[in-house]
Design a protein around this ligand. Structure first.
Ligand SMILES: *[C@@H]1O[C@H](CO)[C@@H](O)[C@H](O)[C@H]1NC(C)=O
Length: 369
């Protein structure tokens, strides 16, 4: 009796073992197939990026499953889950790292604005969705100038997703604001300080795909004063290049911050070198509009990190483009300092502060003319 039971157990064990071997073989085969597929879709991917690629694939499946098709070239306002399935293969083979704009799509867009306005200069203003007051201050000051020295100027705000408990209501308000002003572009990434690099890359993608006809762009923060007349004088000067040109507050030899408590902390894993390449300070920089396409393209091979201006610097370095010092560097002021009408009549841009301060300064400068 005892022997019989023991034999039965042994027999069962052998069966389990057979099943296990079968399972393992199938798993191996499956991985082999995946591996082959991976390389046939991405022939340029070096093997050491295999892990990243797998993580990205997983993320892209996740994004697709959530109904975001994530293709930067789609200009339809709202994507439906029904369209997600056919884009899967394309999607996997196209995106590179979290900040590459091919991972995102526009929820609010102005795809025809540039062909209608034919702007010489586009002002791109990154802003958080809730900062309505800041947008309104700009709309009533420097964002309201539509021709400067005979050249068309256009201002657009770029936001990410609305967040928090009220996010649906906030989204409705944003859509209403967009209908009213027609100057909002929204992309489907989580809008946070950490994600400013994504915001910048989405701005570059928008310029490259929606606005190739513009000649220059200034990316400028909401807390800035901008003297468009002086900027236009610089851009129209005969020796200002129209290609491969970028200027602003030039930052050289800046050390990477390794203090984990800093909001500018970057890990060695994300950016191993101790210093950043030369870059232009985040607050406001001006560039020729051939650069966005080049930056989006080169960024495929440059790992993203959260310091947006330094990341653009890294892209420029790979492109072999050196940032230019402005003819008069004091026209791009780095620090806030005291308000002084004479100075503000001479400069191009400076940090000012709150929406109210921007309107006050603007009124005072204008009143002197
Ligand atoms: C940055 O954006 C990505 C994409 O939307 C998101 O997954 C991530 O959580 C965001 N990170 C932070 C710190 O906001």
């Amino acid at each position: 009796m005892v022997r019989k039971t023991a034999w039965k157990i042994l027999h069962n064990l052998a069966q389990i073992k057979r099943e296990l071997i079968l399972l393992l073989t199938m798993a191996l085969l499956f991985s082999a197939i995946l591996y082959i597929f991976h390389f046939s879709f991405k022939p340029s991917m070096p093997p050491e990026n295999m892990f990243d690629a797998v993580v990205n694939q997983m993320r892209s499946y996740y994004i697709t499953a959530c109904g975001h098709s994530g293709n930067g070239n789609q200009n339809t306002a709202k994507q439906t889950t029904a369209t997600a399935a056919p884009t899967v293969t394309k999607h996997i083979s196209l995106h590179y790292h979290v900040a590459h704009p091919l991972n995102y799509h526009f929820i609010l867009d102005e795809p025809d604005k540039c062909s209608q306005w034919d702007p010489f200069l586009v002002l791109m203003v990154p802003v958080a969705p809730h900062q309505l007051e800041a947008r309104n201050a700009i709309r009533s000051t420097w964002g309201n100038e539509i021709t400067v020295k005979g050249k068309a100027v256009m201002t657009l705000f770029l936001v990410g997703l609305t967040g928090g408990s009220d996010s649906e209501k906030a989204q409705q308000q944003l859509e209403e604001e967009s209908r009213q002003h027609r100057d909002l572009v929204q992309s489907n990434f989580v809008d946070s300080y950490f994600n400013l690099t994504i915001k910048t890359m989405v701005i570059m993608d928008w310029l490259a795909t929606r606005c190739p006809q513009a000649t220059y762009v200034m990316k400028i923060d909401t807390d800035m004063y901008l003297n468009l007349g002086n900027l236009m004088t610089l851009l129209l000067a005969p020796n200002t290049p129209r290609d491969n040109y970028i200027t602003g507050v030039v930052m050289r030899d800046r050390s990477v911050i390794r203090n984990k408590n800093s909001k500018w902390y970057v890990s060695e894993e994300l950016y191993p070198e101790p210093k950043y390449p030369t870059y232009l300070l985040i607050t406001g920089y001006v560039f020729s509009n051939d650069l966005p396409e080049k930056i989006v393209e080169i960024s495929k091979v440059i790992k993203a990190f959260n310091i947006e201006d330094a990341y653009v610097g890294a892209c420029l370095k790979h492109l072999g483009i050196a940032p230019s010092s402005p003819p008069d560097p004091s026209q791009f002021r780095m620090h806030k300092g005291q308000y002084n009408r004479k100075v503000f009549l001479r400069i191009i841009s400076t940090v000012v502060g709150s929406p109210q301060q921007i309107m006050d300064v603007w009124k005072d400068v204008k009143s002197s003319r």
